[in-house]
Design a protein around this ligand. Structure first.
Ligand code: NAG
Ligand code: NAG
Length: 452
């Protein structure tokens, strides 16, 4: 743990954010109430918290001053001294540079000086493109070769690691990613190898290189999975970190939602969620609801959400619980109305908001339909939190796409469920035959009838 913490320290000063949350709670009760930033930050590298704060700033969830103070608390311990000075001066309306930051700048420069000599042979070696190709699979062979030909030994390789960290702390994530990559191919220190992989994931995320980040998350998982000799508390903590760090990847990578479900639903990870990070259920629930191909995991999700409801709940998990566990449609409908706001205020989920709302409405509707023969469109529109006209359109679309086995009775203003003997698709075929080659333009038919 010590090495890991030394490199990518995770204990973030979240007190500012928490204070900000409390201060803002009165003013903006809505947004701040479900904001998880301060909880998530406890499991993230401080650099990774930055994008979250930027997002909160853009949403106006908290007072700008509080956000800036939280940023300052994050970066005053990094090497981004000039940035810290800027924020400080702006916050305090002053031109003066505080002594602590002046001191910090001296330390940062001194650290570079002490690394420079040791790291020079290796950065020079790496800067020649052809050189890297000379390296082989066998690490021992490489070591002998590098020592003999370039005067690069364990001290230089060690310095490469620290130089990567120095760059990372300066916010030079591309340099950090590159050096960490090379470090990992050269290093024979298992703990440092894991540590450099954590750093690589963070650097990739901050560079928005989500493909390489995904590869590294999976590699890291493999390494952690075989590290079963570590104390249980450490194993749990590392699993929790991995899940938090990978949120950046999972909600940005094209196959991310599947990967999220695969990781979070593994027994040992699900246990880690239940023991240390129940709030992650929000992200798991969204991934499952949105991902239509993974309905098979719905039962597990239901179970965990219900078990943890006393420990953690928010509108997303409550929607799942009301709908799938309690069959409480009124409750689910109330929660769904709140979900929109929750997702809109969540850095990771904002982009998935529309897909979630659509899928959630469909779930609500399908489950409701199972219990009812005929449903009034008016009451349905209330349940779905959509206008009546939008509700009609939406149902027509479901019918057209053969996802719903129903008819619209426009006179009565109801949707009438068909018996389940034929699949919706078969019914559709049947009807389309009846209509000959004309397309089954149900929407025109229905709306035409309604306007008449
Ligand atoms: C500068 O601002 C910070 C953050 O608002 C505050 O904690 C600190 O006391 C201020 N310092 C001075 C000298 O005004
Ligand atoms: C990042 O580091 C690389 C390699 O040391 C250097 O060439 C580059 O100028 C640095 N970038 C910034 C923005 O400091």
């Amino acid at each position: 743990m010590s090495v890991l913490q030394a490199l990518f320290t995770l204990a973030v000063a979240v007190t500012h954010i928490t204070a900000a949350a409390q201060a803002a709670a009165a003013a903006a009760a809505g947004m701040a109430q479900y904001d998880l930033t301060s909880v998530l930050a406890q499991h993230l590298d401080r650099h990774l918290v930055f994008p979250l704060l930027e997002f909160l700033g853009s949403k106006g969830t908290y007072a700008e001053k509080d956000i800036e103070a939280a940023k300052l608390a994050l970066i005053e311990k990094t090497n981004m001294v000039d940035y810290a000075v800027d924020i400080y001066q702006q916050l305090n309306q002053t031109d003066e540079v505080p002594e602590s930051l002046r001191q910090r700048r001296v330390e940062v420069v001194a650290r570079l000086k002490s690394l420079e000599a040791a790291v020079k042979p290796i950065t020079e070696f790496l800067s020649e493109e052809g050189n890297v190709k000379l390296l082989k699979q066998d690490k021992a062979q490489n070591m002998a070769f590098l020592q003999k030909e370039f005067g690069i030994g364990p001290d230089q390789i060690d310095a490469l690691y620290h130089f990567a960290k120095w760059n990372f702390e300066c916010g030079n994530y591309s340099a950090a990613a590159e050096y960490l990559y090379h470090y990992r191919t050269l290093s024979t220190n298992p703990e440092r190898t894991i540590s450099s992989l954590w750093g690589k994931v963070a650097a990739d995320v901050l560079l928005q290189e989500f493909g390489p980040a995904m590869d590294d998350v999976l590699k890291l998982k493999e390494l952690l999975d075989v590290d079963t000799f570590a104390p249980v508390a450490k194993q749990l903590q590392q699993k929790a970190w991995l899940m938090h760090w990978s949120l950046f990847v999972f909600f940005n990578h094209e196959n991310g939602l599947n990967a999220l479900i695969d990781l979070f639903m593994q027994d040992r990870y699900l246990t880690a969620i239940q023991l240390t990070s129940q709030h992650l259920l929000r992200y798991l629930a969204v991934a499952v609801v949105v991902n239509k191909r993974r309905r098979n995991v719905l039962n597990d999700l239901k179970r965990v959400v219900a078990q943890e409801a006393y420990e953690y709940s928010d509108p997303v998990t409550e929607f799942v619980r009301c709908l799938f566990v309690e069959y409480d449609f009124e409750g689910a409908q109330e929660q769904l109305a709140k979900c929109e706001e929750v997702l809109d205020g969540d850095f990771f989920l904002v982009a998935a908001k529309d897909a979630f709302m659509e899928a959630a409405r469909q779930f609500l509707f399908e489950n409701y339909c199972r219990l009812h023969q005929a449903i009034s469109i008016k009451s349905l529109s209330e349940k779905l939190n959509l206008g009546e006209e939008a509700t009609e359109k939406w149902i027509v679309n479901l019918i057209r796409n053969a996802r719903l086995n129903a008819k619209i009775d426009s006179k009565a203003g109801t949707v009438v469920m068909q018996t389940q003997t034929q699949s919706a698709y078969e019914q559709l075929l049947e009807r389309s035959r009846g209509l000959g080659l004309r397309t089954i333009d149900l929407s025109n038919a229905v709306f035409g009838a309604m306007r008449a």
